[in-house]
Design a protein around this ligand. Structure first.
Ligand code: ATP
Ligand code: MG
Length: 291
């Protein structure tokens, strides 16, 4: 199975430099992959319908990546065809004053899907150990001295633990979490930035600050690797997906979601015998109307 080597569940350590960003390493056939993605989308629709009807478990899909890795288009393509009633998407941006005056999971908790629904987190609480760590934003936090007085290391190790505990808490409260890192190469990012600059209809996607983040590429990669190793667990695994070719990334993302949905194994609710009799009465009443 192609997905297996990209799944991290705490057993094996992730070495980001060793994982491919390019589909060519897997020698796959593009046409076959496109066909399988379409099949996966169909299976996803069927399972989502059951998940919604069953209403017993919620599914959270966390999408993390460097800029221009294709988060937005992955959401658009992989989820196309899924009933919009059963899914919500949330983009986590730089926190505002209201958000910063609460704990970092406050805004996340408000976005949890109700049981039966799916939620896509386009960026997530992982930003609070990624961008915050790279830019040492924790040093600007307005918090009690016992928090701000800690060394950075201590602060982030605690956050890793808090995230592990939070995800465990969610799992034990009928949620499943699929965590995806779209692993794009630095060269491909440059290519996509160039397109965003050269094509007027893509200009809006580019921000000059993206170049500043790009200059911190190695730093981000180091932190991503640590974050994934610290938070990958059996129940809440990470998928580190090669993202240089969007068609391949979309396929692997659909596989990861499908794998989880199959594991959740939702069923249409069964009508209790006591209510079956009532159904029969309704059927008879409707039939009588025709006379
Ligand atoms: P695109 O790929 O289209 O640029 P994006 O997800 O990068 O989409 P932007 O509006 O460009 O969206 O950026 C959102 C920014 O908010 C990111 O730079 C991200 O790192 C930042 N951000 C998100 N959460 C936090 C957080 N908790 N603390 C600080 N910055 C955050
Ligand atoms: Mg951006």
């Amino acid at each position: 199975m192609l997905l297996k080597k990209y799944c991290f569940d705490g057993k094996q350590k992730l070495d980001l430099d060793k994982l491919p960003t390019d589909s060519r390493k897997d020698s796959v056939d593009r046409e076959k992959i496109l066909k399988r993605t379409a099949e996966n989308q169909k299976s996803m629709q069927e399972l989502q319908d059951k998940l919604y009807a069953d209403g017993k478990e919620g599914l959270i899909i966390v999408l993390q990546a460097m800029d221009a890795a294709g988060k937005d288009s992955t959401v658009k393509h992989v989820m196309s065809g899924v009933n919009p009633q059963g899914i919500d998407t949330f983009s986590f941006k730089q926190p505002g004053a209201e958000e910063l005056s609460h704990d970092f999971l406050w805004r996340v908790n408000r976005c949890l899907p109700r049981y039966g629904k799916m939620a896509i987190f386009n960026r997530s609480y992982y930003e609070d150990v990624l961008v915050v760590q790279v830019h040492k934003m924790n040093r600007t936090y307005h918090m009690a001295d016992r928090i701000t007085g800690q060394k950075d290391r201590e602060f982030f190790e605690k956050r890793y633990r808090q995230i592990r505990n939070y995800e465990e808490y969610l799992y034990e409260n009928s949620y499943r979490t699929v965590k995806i890192f779209l692993n794009v190469s630095k060269e491909k990012q440059k290519e996509r930035f160039m397109e965003r600059i050269n094509q007027p209809e893509k200009n809006w996607k580019f921000s000059h600050s993206d170049l500043k983040e790009r200059s911190l590429w190695e730093e981000y990669h180091k932190v991503y690797q640590e974050v994934i190793n610290e938070t990958a667990t059996k129940e809440n695994p990470w998928y580190v997906i090669p993202a240089d070719q969007k068609w391949y990334a979309r396929y692997l993302v659909s596989e990861a979601i499908l794998r989880t949905l199959r594991d959740m194994d939702p069923h249409y609710p069964k009508m209790p015998e006591s209510e079956r009799a009532l159904l029969e009465e309704c059927r008879s009443a409707l039939l009588r109307e025709e006379d």
